[in-house]
Ligand binder design. Structure first.
Ligand SMILES: Cc1cc2nc3c(=O)[nH]c(=O)nc-3n(C[C@H](O)[C@H](O)[C@H](O)COP(=O)(O)OP(=O)(O)OC[C@H]3O[C@@H](n4cnc5c(N)ncnc54)[C@H](O)[C@@H]3O)c2cc1C
Ligand code: FES
Length: 230
């Protein structure tokens, strides 16, 4: 069990929670969060937003029962955190674009802290949040709100690599946009999970190399390998 240091609503339906302790984790990996005893049954997977000397930070959106309970935690309350799990983004060299839609911006902050020479494209539903934070770790930050999408403003050929997380239609569109170009893309899938550690197969996704476990083989895959429909 870890102690919650802060847990605040920061806008656009998102909250940010920091827990105290020494944590490990690479960009794109996740933890299983639990702030209840028996119900709901399953812990909830949430990406690492940041890790520093004081603790670990998660950026999350309230969707249902689990994230609602997490949003009600106060400073000093206990939270169970298990991880880090999964295979995250590969470290690459070259010009990189980080493309996040909605809560999909969450894992990209730690990526930006770990690689040089990156631009961020962040798409929001109602309002821009965390722009200053991303500006501190990225060369340029471009944002969209509402009906303009990040896919409308990015020229994928300006980049050697794209690392993305967000709604499946957004990631699928980006994968199509890089087809036939020299740009490579990594996507972070958010398939529903149960165990989070490769034991239950709930999170199976289809790739050109056969069925994979999103929690253990992913959540990050090379875009060209993922079969989005099938
Ligand atoms: C690898 C990974 C990383 C993620 N990182 C983040 C993050 O950084 N911030 C964030 O806000 N959300 C993230 N999610 C989504 C988050 O796990 C779900 O929003 C959350 O589990 C919903 O739980 P709930 O009890 O509030 O909702 P409910 O709808 O009550 O959940 C019911 C069940 O469905 C699962 N579920 C529901 N929505 C999703 C979803 N979109 N993806 C996966 N499982 C889901 C829950 O885990 C639970 O087992 C991530 C998901 C995955 C797989
Ligand atoms: S969530 Fe159980 S195998 Fe992936």
């Amino acid at each position: 069990m870890y102690k919650v240091m802060t847990n605040e609503y920061i806008g656009d339906d998102m909250y940010i929670l920091k827990a105290e302790g020494k944590f490990k984790g690479k960009m794109g990996q996740f933890y299983m969060l639990r702030a209840w005893d028996t119900y709901p049954t399953l812990s909830r997977p949430i990406s690492i937003y940041d890790i520093d000397e004081e603790g670990i930070t998660f950026l999350y959106k309230v969707i249902g029962e689990g994230t609602k309970i997490i949003s009600e935690l106060r400073s000093g309350d206990s939270i169970k955190l298990e991880g880090p799990y999964g295979n995250g983004y590969e470290k690459v060299e070259g010009k990189v674009a980080l493309v996040g839609g909605g809560i999909g911006i969450a894992p990209l902050y730690l990526v930006a802290k770990n690689i040089e020479n990156c631009d961020a494209y962040l798409g929001f539903r109602n309002e821009v949040i965390l722009e200053d934070e991303y500006k501190q770790v990225c060369e340029n930050v471009y944002t969209t709100v509402g009906d303009t999408f990040v896919t409308d403003i990015i020229n994928v050929e300006d980049y050697d690599y794209i690392m993305t997380c967000g709604p499946t239609p957004m990631m699928e569109k980006l994968v199509k946009m890089v087809e036939g170009t020299a740009t490579k893309i990594m996507v972070s899938l958010e398939n529903h999970m149960a165990c989070g550690v490769g034991a239950c197969l709930v999170c199976t996704c289809k790739t050109k190399g056969g069925n994979k476990k999103t929690c253990k083989d992913g959540p990050v895959f090379w875009g060209e390998d993922v079969i989005f429909h099938g």
